[in-house]
Design a protein around this ligand. Structure first.
Ligand code: HMG
Ligand code: MG
Length: 309
């Protein structure tokens, strides 16, 4: 079988926008530096497979994430692509770099916990919000779309479970800065479906509408797909995923890859939810990338579809 049988269920959106994070969240954790040409080809292949939003790279300090130090070389190599290419920007220095290359979508990235804010951004939670303030204001003045990532929404490797009100406070603060969209990060993959629903409900009640919320699940405990289904049933229509299940976060111990885009597409296809993605082309892309990285993709769907008798 190369596609699942289509059996729709009530209460799901007709279409989901996949926010592909493989080239950024996926590759940022790779120890061996991937050549810039390979990254560019990866992104081109993802666009050809039908992904319309592909997070391309980060304009962070090159010493903090050496894998993405080639952002200035890579971004211009994507100029021919007719897809959205968001980039991560932590501060005004990063924004200057991104705007100089014509980026039209940026993402700032906050943390719901103090320990991760300190490890990832060298700031307290509130100091990082202060750092983002001029970034979001300047981006909006330039009509650049802003996504606000929020990490450690469900659990933190140093602090343990993260109380829902603590997450809601920072989520609201990001929206109040002027972010167009919020992405709820389960950075270490510990969430379960009831927890997802509880957070989405609390956000709704605090005035952060589900229509502005995307979900960003890592698959450490194999919960990413069930959590995604719970989010879709709550009305979420933007789902982050990483081709081939690449990924992790260099500043969060025990973070493994994101939800694999292929696993997500298989489920959505079976549910009759439109994604615009060609699963065959996407799987071929992840097999190609796995060969470049020298190890097989962790995605079950990639393994099943590329298995040769
Ligand atoms: P810092 O050391 O506090 O930086 O790092 P600073 O503001 O003190 O500046 C020090 C020097 O760095 C200055 O240079 C700056 O110009 C330079 P000097 O004046 O000394 O010569 N600098 C920069 N250079 C280039 N680009 C920049 C930049 N900023 C400052 N943008 C900083 C603070 C935010 C820069 C640092 O902590 C950083 O780069 N962190 C990035 C960490 C990261 O990328 N983590 C992974 C992404 S988050 C993630 O994966 C989670 C997510 O997937 C969701 C989830 O799963 O939860 C999104
Ligand atoms: Mg992530």
């Amino acid at each position: 079988m190369t596609l699942p049988m289509v059996v729709p269920v009530d209460g799901l959106p007709p279409r989901v926008r996949i926010h592909e994070v493989g080239p950024r969240d996926g590759l940022q954790n790779e120890k061996t530096v991937v050549p810039t040409e390979v990254k560019a080809e990866f992104i081109h292949r993802l666009a050809t497979a039908g992904l319309t939003t592909v997070e391309a790279t980060s304009f962070v300090h090159p010493k903090w994430v050496p894998q993405l130090a080639d952002a200035e070389q890579l971004f211009p190599m994507l100029a021919d692509l007719d897809v959205e290419l968001p980039v991560l920007v932590p501060n005004e220095r990063g924004l200057d770099r991104a705007l100089a290359l014509g980026a039209r979508r940026i993402a700032v990235f906050a943390s719901a916990t103090e320990t991760f804010a300190s490890r990832n951004l060298n700031r307290t939670v509130d100091e990082s919000l202060t750092m983002f303030e001029p970034v979001v204001a300047r981006a909006r003045a330039d009509r650049v779309q802003v996504r606000g990532y929020l990490s450690m929404c469900f659990g933190d490797p140093w602090e343990g479970p993260v109380p829902v009100p603590q997450v809601v406070r920072v989520a609201k603060a990001l929206m109040d800065l002027g972010c167009d969209e919020l992405s709820l990060g389960d950075t270490i993959g510990v969430a379960t479906p009831g927890h997802v629903r509880a957070l989405l409900t609390a956000l709704d009640e605090a005035g952060v509408p589900t229509t502005a919320v995307g979900v960003h699940f890592h698959d450490t405990y194999g919960q990413a797909l069930s959590n995604t289904l719970a989010a879709l049933q709550h009305g979420v229509t933007t789902v982050d995923a990483s081709a081939g299940g690449l990924g992790g976060c260099p500043y969060a111990k025990s973070a493994t890859g994101n939800l694999a885009t292929e696993d997500l597409v298989w489920m959505l296809q079976g549910l009759g939810v439109e994604t615009g993605v060609d699963l065959g082309l996407l799987t071929a892309t992840s097999v190609w990338m796995a060969e470049r990285l020298g190890r097989p993709s962790p995605s079950r769907t990639v393994r099943a579809l590329s298995h040769k008798e």
